[in-house]
Structure formats: structure tokens, C-alpha cells
Design a protein. Structure first.
Length: 557
């Protein structure tokens, strides 16, 4: 802040000195009027339009000096005489003004970016620029042409949201600007957290383009509906989302974006009462009502920063007070919420992911060896307890599906009666394709009659998983990763096989959030979240949260 104030003061002093040069009694220098016109215009344009301030100095000076040359040649600017020393002084004055304005603009922009990144986290994103995104999406379209596959395209029109717009009279209100940036960034974070990393995201002017490979129109519309719902319940704003499909709506990116702009969901975001007769696409036969829109939701941190900025700059608020961001009841699970800590983690670079994969095996072995002084005595006590209760076997060995679909033997302490599988018919229970115990009516049993008294304790404390450290040493498993399934590849869909791209683990995201409370499709969401963001930091956090989860005995089976 001190540096910002200093440069503002220096800029004011420079402009004061510059315009005093026109008085011959100050320094005896009489410059052309073109100098003052060009200098003032350059200063205003560069400070008001940050994109000009980010340009290279040489590229910025060329049009400015050309404009000076044109004005210098006009008859009204012919005095004083255009001698070489005078022209050199005038060019030096213009260059110094442009340099100062550009430097001040960069400092202000950096300050705004720092505030935005600290408060909102807008730098944690994988969204590509307009040029890079166009190249990636065109590559997806080429692949679609080659293999005759559909591609869905969504155009998230952030510019059409009133809460993300600012009138010209409010363009200098920093509270308003911070509100706009907050809402835009949060909307983008929601979109990013919902989609997979295989779905390219790119800016198109101030709107967001989402490419959905291998996605037809119906699936793209479902994605648009879900994104609209998530943004609405999280931010209390309605964002129109355009939908287009390759090749039905266009063959190139430009025509697809144009088609999406004319095919919005919901259609009546900004419609007036006299526009009710506007035709609606056949897919959207259900009437979308316009509820009374509450104030935009904003986090307590951003609200505090806005208050500080308002107090510092003496800015008067022009919007209604924001509702403090709290728990959103409509989001039953956190994996799509932008504040979910996994979504806040950065995407790792290719080099970091490669290094992580090389280090993870060494760290797994090291952690297992360091835990032996604790696990060996505890394991002996558990084995003795199992022997005393109902004899052998001590271990339960089951074939599981692991990395790449390979089958291996996974070890656990036995928590069920001997011959539990053979006695299922006798007990009136069976195991479904997801490994859940159900009765004859197909209802999932909360209290499995096959589990022993020791087994209930082992399962509550997760100590039945202790022998899986042997699987880690043998290389079948890792400490952190998706849980291996008891069913084979014949029960997997192609999308499910994504979880087989890493080694299965003793614990993972599913275990610390929806342990025992969700189906396999929801587990897949947690697994893909882990695969997209995996890192040593993520593994460490999962281990810590698993330990806390076990202490609370939450979701115990």
C-alpha cells in the first residue's frame, strides 16, 4: 500500500510539472500543445484500461508517438518550431509519461490481483485463455470428426448476470468491483469443481466456454441444468447457460458458440412479461418460473475485506447488505462446493505428478516400517482375541480388484463367523453386487448377523484393516487411494474403470466423508476427485482426517 501511495503522488507531481512546462516563466521551455494532449490521453487510457498497462512498453509507445507526430504536423501545433532538440524533449516527455502511467497501472493491477487471489482464490484454476482454449477445443472437434463422436458445448454467459455487471457510474467503486470479481470467480469455481479435468474450460471474451467431449445434446442439457442449480443455490444468482451440440448446431467453434448464445437455459432469465410468447426448445417443456431473487450470497471474509476497503476509500455502498454465506442445504455432499478443501487444492504439474508417483511407493514402505512397533503388538492382541472367541481362521482373505483391473488377495482380520459366506442362506441374507449385505426383501442390513462381537469392535475402530499393511509392502495397495472392490471388472462400467488408474488404498476420500453411507457411483466421484488432485499434501490430509474419523467412530459399519 505504501508503494502504491508513493507512485500515485509521483504521478500527480509529474503531471503538475509537465503542465507547468507550458509557462515560459517556469523553465523557459515552450512545448507543443500536442505533447500535453497526448500525455493526458495516454495517462487516462492506461489507468482506466488495465490491458493497455499490461502491454510491452515498446508496443505501447509506437501508437502514442505516431499520434504525437500527426498532431505535431497540424497547423495549430506548428509553434514552437519543430527543431530537433524540441522534438527530442517532447518525445522524452511523452515516453516518461507513458512509462509512469504503465508502472502505476501495473501496481494497481497487481494490488487488485493480490486481494482477489487472497480473498477469493481466483488463481487456483485450470481455465485456459481464449487463444489456448480455442486450440484445445478445436483438437477435441477434430477427434470428434475423425471418429464420428458427438461433442457438447456450454456457453456460461457471466456477462448477462446483473449482479456481475457494473454501470459506468459505479466503475470506480471498488466494493462493486470486488463483488463482481467474487461472484464471477465463485461461479467459475463451481463449474470447475463439477466437471472432470478431461472437459476443457476456456474464456470467450468475458464468458466461459465448456467443451464436453463424447456428450450428446441431452447429456449436455442435463449438465447445464445441474450447473445452473449449483450456482443458484450457492450464490443466489441465475446464470444463463447456452447449449450447442456438434455436429447438429455447427461444425466449427465459432458457429457452435453462436448457436449456444441463441439456445439458453433457462430461457426467461431476463424476459419481460410481454415476451412470454417466445418459443422454447422442445427439450424444455416444463415452465421455468422466476422466483423472487434474494441478495447475492457472499462469504464473511469477502464481506470483511469490502468493509475495510470501503472504510479506507470512503466508498458508500450502493447495494443491499449481502447475506452471509452459510451451509447450503441443497448441496447434500461437499464434492461440488467451491469451498470444499479438495477443490481448493491446486492442480499439480506433470513433473510434480511424476515425482509424486515415484515417491509414493517409498513413503508407503517407510510409513509401514515406522508403524511396526505399534501395529505388531496390537495385531497380536487382536489375533489372540479372535482365537479365544471362536478359533481359526484369524485372517479373512478375499480377492479384490486393484490397479489396472488386476486381481490380488487382500488380508483383513476376520470379523465374521467361520464359513460366513456358506451360511448366508441359513441366516436369510445375501450380498449384492456392491458388496452390501441385504435380506431376502433386498433391504440393506444395518446389523449383519454374521459379524462376531470382536468383529463389531474391529469394524467400529477400523482395526480389521490392519493386515492390509502387508498388501502395501507387497505392492498391491497403497496407504491412500480408492478402495479395492470385491467384484470384478464385469461389474464395472467404462467410467468406473477410471478409479483403477491408481493403486487402491487402505483409506481415501470416500472413507472420511461417506463411509458406509453412499453407493458405488458416489464413491466414484470421490475417487476421481482424488485422482485429479493427488499429491503428497492431499495424502497427508486424508491420513489425518481418517485418524480423526476413526476416533469419532463416524460411519462405522
Amino acid at each position: 500500500m505504501a508503494r502504491l501511495r508513493i507512485f500515485i503522488i509521483l504521478t500527480i507531481l509529474w503531471m503538475t510539472f509537465l503542465f507547468n512546462l507550458e509557462r515560459p516563466d517556469v523553465l523557459g521551455i515552450n512545448l507543443s500543445s500536442a505533447v500535453y494532449i497526448i500525455a493526458a490521453l495516454a495517462l487516462v487510457v492506461i489507468l482506466l484500461l488495465p490491458d493497455f498497462g499490461n502491454m510491452r512498453l515498446a508496443l505501447l509507445l509506437v501508437p502514442v508517438l505516431l499520434a504525437y507526430g500527426v498532431l505535431r504536423l497540424l497547423p495549430a501545433s506548428a509553434s514552437p518550431e519543430a527543431t530537433l532538440p524540441i522534438v527530442a524533449i517532447e518525445c522524452a516527455v511523452i515516453i516518461a509519461t507513458v512509462f509512469t502511467a504503465r508502472l502505476l497501472s501495473a501496481i494497481v493491477t497487481n494490488f487488485e490481483d493480490v486481494v482477489e487471489n487472497l480473498v477469493i482464490g481466483s488463481n487456483k484454476t485450470r481455465i485456459q485463455s481464449m487463444a489456448e482454449g480455442e486450440q484445445v477445443i478445436n483438437s477435441e472437434l477434430f477427434r470428434a470428426r475423425r471418429f464420428a463422436r458427438p461433442v457438447g458445448l456450454l456457453l456460461i454467459k457471466l456477462n448477462d448476470v446483473p449482479e456481475m455487471q457494473a454501470s459506468p457510474l459505479k466503475c470506480m467503486d471498488y466494493q462493486v468491483l470486488l463483488q463482481r470479481r467474487y461472484l464471477r470467480t465463485r461461479a467459475v469455481q463451481i463449474v470447475e469443481s463439477y466437471l472432470y479435468t478431461t472437459d476443457p474450460l476456456a474464456w470467450h471474451e468475458d464468458n466461459l466456454v465448456v467443451c464436453l467431449p463424447e456428450t450428446n445434446r441431452a447429456e449436455a442439457m442435463k449438465t447445464a441444468e445441474e450447473l445452473s442449480r449449483l450456482i443458484s443455490v450457492t450464490l443466489n444468482v441465475t446464470v444463463p447457460i447456452g447449449i450447442a451440440s456438434f455436429p447438429e448446431d455447427g461444425l466449427v467453434l465459432g458457429t457452435l458458440i453462436e448457436a449456444a448464445s441463441n439456445n439458453l437455459y433457462p430461457m426467461d432469465v431476463h424476459d419481460d412479461d410481454d415476451d412470454e410468447t417466445q418459443p422454447r426448445p422442445p427439450e424444455w417443456d416444463e415452465q421455468v418460473t422466476k422466483p423472487e431473487k434474494p441478495a447475492a450470497v457472499i462469504s464473511p471474509t469477502v464481506a470483511a475485506v469490502m468493509a475495510s476497503v470501503q472504510k479506507f476509500f470512503s466508498v458508500q455502498p450502493w447495494v443491499q447488505p449481502f447475506a452471509v454465506h452459510g451451509d447450503v442445504a441443497a448441496l447434500s455432499t461437499p464434492y461440488y462446493h467451491p469451498d470444499f478443501w479438495v477443490n481448493q487444492l491446486p492442480y499439480q504439474s506433470a513433473q510434480a505428478r511424476l515425482l509424486y508417483q515415484k515417491l509414493k511407493r517409498a513413503i508407503d514402505i517407510l510409513l509401514v516400517l515406522l508403524s511396526l512397533p505399534f501395529t505388531v503388538p496390537v495385531g497380536l492382541i487382536i489375533a489372540l482375541a479372535i482365537l479365544i472367541e471362536d478359533g481359526r481362521p484369524i485372517f479373512f482373505v478375499q480377492k479384490r480388484t486393484g490397479y489396472g483391473g488386476q486381481v490380488f488377495k487382500m488380508y483383513k482380520f476376520r470379523s465374521m463367523i467361520p464359513n460366513a459366506e456358506a451360511r448366508m442362506k441359513e441366516l436369510g441374507v445375501r450380498v449384492n453386487e456392491r458388496g452390501e449385505t441385504i435380506n431376502e426383501r433386498g433391504e440393506k442390513l444395518e446389523d449383519d448377523p454374521r459379524i462376531t462381537r470382536i468383529g463389531k469392535v474391529l469394524r467400529k475402530t477400523s482395526l480389521d484393516e490392519l493386515p492390509q499393511l502387508l498388501n502395501v509392502l507387497m505392492g498391491h495397495m497403497s496407504i491412500v487411494g480408492p478402495r479395492p472392490t470385491s467384484f470384478g471388472l464385469n461389474s464395472y462400467t467404462l467410467l468406473h474403470t477410471q478409479r483403477l488408474s491408481v493403486k487402491p488404498g487402505i483409506t481415501g476420500l470416500w472413507q472420511i466423508y461417506d463411509r458406509g453411507d453412499t453407493d458405488f457411483n458416489n464413491r466414484l466421484i470421490w475417487d476421481i476427485k482424488y485422482i485429479e488432485k493427488f499429491s503428497l499434501i492431499l495424502d497427508a490430509q486424508i491420513c489425518i482426517r481418517t485418524f480423526l474419523r476413526v476416533l469419532k467412530q463416524h460411519g462405522a459399519r
